[in-house]
Ligand binder design. Structure first.
Ligand SMILES: [Zn+2]
Length: 62
């Protein structure tokens, strides 16, 4: 089973796609990822259920 998955998120600031590599073996997590396009900090929430990954992103100040 491949525990590393690539997922796309949409930057909440500029609307561009960023691709993230997510390690499902670390379970649900939350961190800040700088947008690859506008460099602003995106809050990334990752909900991992087995190999099923749900992503949610928000502005830093939300
Ligand atoms: Zn951006």
């Amino acid at each position: 089973m491949d525990l590393l998955q690539n997922h796309d998120i949409t930057c909440p600031y500029c609307g561009e796609k960023n691709s993230l590599e997510i390690d499902c073996s670390s379970g649900s997590q939350e961190y800040i990822e700088d947008c690859q396009v506008c460099c602003r900090p995106i809050n990334v929430f990752i909900d991992v259920d087995g190999i099923d990954v749900r992503l949610h992103v928000s502005h830093e100040n939300e």
